[in-house]
Write a protein that binds this ligand. Sequence first.
Ligand SMILES: Nc1ncnc2c1ncn2[C@@H]1O[C@H](COP(=O)(O)OP(=O)(O)O)[C@@H](O)[C@H]1O
Ligand SMILES: [Mg+2]
Length: 345
Amino acid sequence: MPGDAGRPAALMARDVSVRYGPVRAVREASLTVGAGQAVALIGETGSGKSSLAFAVARLLPRSARVTGRVEIAGTDVLAADWRRFRGERARLLGCVAQDAMAALNPVLPVGRQVGELFAVHAGMGRRQAAAAASAALASVRIDHPEAVARLYPHQLSGGMRQRVMVAMALALRPPLVVADEPTTALDVSTQAEILGLVAELRERVGSGLLWITHDIGVVAELADWAAVMYAGRIVETGPVEAIFDAPAHPYTEGLLLTRRDLRSGAPGSPLFQIPGAPPARPDEAPGCPFMPRCPRATAVCAAREPPLLPLAGRGEAGHQAACHHPAPPGAPPAPAPARARTAAP
Ligand SMILES: Nc1ncnc2c1ncn2[C@@H]1O[C@H](COP(=O)(O)OP(=O)(O)O)[C@@H](O)[C@H]1O
Ligand SMILES: [Mg+2]
């Protein structure tokens, strides 16, 4: 795995599973974010991305059952005493959520919320924390930060609230920042601004970044490494260039088709969609959960679920896929969607 050899990985997740009662939302997912590295976690809605991210941050509801091992900058997250971990969390990781309105405190001016981080975790007095908060707001290119600091979340635009969250996530220069689809609710130009801002800031701060998205289009601009999630499992992972230039899993190929169509599609042209839907209970059938939607499926795919394995004969170290029939390197683009089978009942 890439990253800065001198520092412990920003995130090391090993065989993490998340269960909500009978629903297995994440199944034995392993993921590494090297120190200062940017990793994208990609997948459709419902694939388990947020469950994995929340498990890593110990932010899941009590009803969720989490197993596996998680380390953030060498700290064992799941084994740590809960109260102690809660006190340390802001120093270990910053979170940028999809819904800033829900993540921010509605009854506190945003400057106080940023300042509180410095007061609690950096031991600053009130004035010093307020000054640090203004500087943090200025660092996310908020004009007139002292004035904005006095406003409440509902008085800010969606893009401004997202900037405040980015400022808070990076304020304590944590080794890891987790961004869970932070631009989904924003218009396209604001999305691009936030993307650029996060990329620039995390480079300045040196944080590792786990960027969660269902939009593979933004991945190339932001991440060095990508992991593709399907039905609770990581089905392909590797350097971004390897994933984009030579995707091995048919699901990744399908995701890339959605992107190509986005870029080249004439206005109003229907976007490509992978036919079918993910299984509601992927662990109930023995085979590959992608099989009903897969143009390459054969008997073995129905019989057993493929493990995530290194791809033989590829130049890119670390490129892995969970597929009985990975595309050979240099293969032509994924087959036309029309040839995909219809989902099994
Ligand atoms: N609190 C919860 N209780 C029960 N099921 C949940 C809960 N949160 C998520 N799920 C289920 O877990 C699966 C994965 O959801 P999620 O992690 O939110 O995926 P994603 O972020 O990729 O959209 C879905 O089937 C979802 O319905
Ligand atoms: Mg989600």
